[in-house]
Design a protein around this ligand. Structure first.
Ligand code: C2G
Length: 130
């Protein structure tokens, strides 16, 4: 069984996220999503989520490509996650290109092209205009 892992906030879930998850799952048989907790988002990414961790987890668990959702609580957990879950491939959008190359010692590292013209920031801005 080829296991894939990806990380993210996935707040205001949109088709850019779905495109990423679909391509991530296509790289193996089992996809783990390490979902940023509310605290990690606020303290480390200055992101104030619209949906709570539990709500975002529920949304992700309903997606056919996702097999397991675990919490992302810090920047340092990736190596231990890859080891603990016997991950073959780490994947993330290419806005992170090169940032996680240190994982190549433990698994394949794949940066996928982001879906253009969609982002949570844009959604919020558009809604604010209405
Ligand atoms: N994404 C994408 N296309 C978009 C928007 C997002 O492919 N239009 C991808 C991102 O590249 C990422 C995933 O969807 O791989 C989740 O996006 P975010 O929730 O914004 O993730 P981010 O805040 O970048 O968290 O430790 C890594 C971080 O937790 C990544």
């Amino acid at each position: 069984m080829r296991k894939v892992i990806t990380y993210g906030t996935f707040d205001l879930l949109h088709y850019g996220h779905i495109n990423l998850l679909q391509r991530a799952k296509a790289l193996g048989d089992y996809l783990i999503v390490a979902l940023s907790t509310d605290e990690f988002n606020w303290n480390e990414k200055q992101k104030k989520c619209y949906f709570t961790y539990e709500e975002r987890k529920r949304l992700l668990e309903a997606i056919r490509y996702v097999d397991l959702v675990i919490p992302e609580e810090n920047w340092e957990q990736k190596v231990s996650d890859v080891k603990e879950y016997h991950v073959d491939t780490f994947v993330i959008g290419d806005d992170w290109e090169g940032k996680f190359d240190f994982l190549k010692e433990y698994c394949d590292v794949v940066y996928l092209p982001r879906t253009p013209d969609i982002s949570t920031t844009q959604i919020k801005a558009d809604l604010h205009k209405q």
